[in-house]
Design a protein around this ligand. Structure first.
Ligand code: 0X9
Ligand code: ZN
Length: 301
């Protein structure tokens, strides 16, 4: 049992995942790749244990941006709810759920030990700046807009699409389930947004109403439960244009019909350092929206 009264380091998170695999027969933990600095990037797959291979699935990730600590915490809370709460576990009769709680462990550890507001990976660039923005590194309209070609910038796109081991690992992990995956959810902070494609253009995809439906269901569930407001819309239209995001890629290339970036609430001095005392209520609130979206996808697809 994990308590949500502090933020955990990456090795603690990996150990927690392994402990869940040991104690639950319906849980599997897999290493999907190694980070630039050699850390294990893990996913946890939760099923109902019936062994039926052809179920639909959903993929949730967090922590592609190092400093957005509430995102990994939320992913872990969702995992815990699925395993401990009967009413949440019911969804596993319909869907398998795969969670990657820390996409960018090198950056995450760097924010714990060195620089709290680091965003990018920790790969070395020529001539000396460090890091690529993982959410500008995916190979769909890569580099076209809102993604810097300059290695020292916060939104550096990388020297080519999928230059990063971390984005390769995430691509391959979702790619492995692309035929069954109906929902890709990527957790970020902050600002209270439910965002859907496109991020690279202000045009909307043909199926934008399906995306909007699910996003609205998540936002209203949270509104009804706690009064917290989320803004719903396409990334470009309600936030800004930025190409090379994981959401656009999973939607366009893997044909995952519902792809959403959830920008969780902010807190603290700079928005990214929500005090530990507020983690518990925030992850609980956020999980209400997440489970509402999961339910809706389970029913509709
Ligand atoms: O800029 C981002 O990557 C996300 N916001 S954040 O403040 N967490 O950095 C928004 C990404 C939205 N999706 C795309 N632009 N594809
Ligand atoms: Zn982010």
């Amino acid at each position: 049992e994990m308590r949500f009264d502090r933020y955990y380091e990456h090795d603690e998170i990996n150990k927690y995942l392994d402990s869940l695999a040991s104690s639950h027969k319906n849980v599997e933990v897999k290493v999907i790749g190694k980070s630039y600095e050699g850390r294990d990037i893990k996913v946890i797959k939760i099923t109902n244990g019936d062994g039926i291979e052809k179920k639909n699935s959903i993929f949730i990730d967090a922590g592609i941006h190092a400093r957005e600590w509430i995102a990994p915490a939320t992913a872990l809370y969702v995992v815990q709810q699925l395993l401990n709460d009967e009413s949440m576990a019911k969804i596993l009769n319909i869907l398998d759920i795969v969670v990657n709680p820390v996409v960018n462990p090198d950056g995450y550890q760097y924010t714990h030990k060195k620089e709290r507001l680091w965003r990018k990976t920790r790969s070395k660039n020529i001539p000396g700046c460090v890091g690529t923005d993982g959410n500008r590194n995916f190979d769909f309209h890569w580099g076209e807009v809102g993604a810097s070609p300059i290695p020292c910038m916060e939104t550096y796109r990388g020297n080519k699409a999928f230059s990063e081991k971390e984005t390769q690992a995430l691509r391959d992990a979702v790619g492995e389930i692309k035929d069954t995956c109906k929902f890709y959810l990527t957790l970020h902070s902050y600002g209270n947004y439910m965002l859907y494609p496109w991020g690279y253009t202000s045009k909307l995809p043909d199926t934008w109403k399906d995306l909007d439906d699910i996003a609205q269901i998540g936002a209203s569930a949270i509104k009804n439960a706690t009064g917290t407001t989320y803004t719903v819309g396409s990334s470009t239209n309600v936030l800004y244009a930025a190409a090379g995001g994981s959401d656009d890629y999973m939607f366009a290339v893997f044909n995952v019909p519902i792809s959403i970036t959830m920008e969780l609430p902010g807190g603290g001095q700079n928005g990214f350092d929500m005090p530990a005392s507020k983690i518990d209520e925030t992850v609980h609130e956020s999980s209400i929206g997440i489970f509402a979206m999961i339910q809706a996808v389970g029913q509709k697809y």
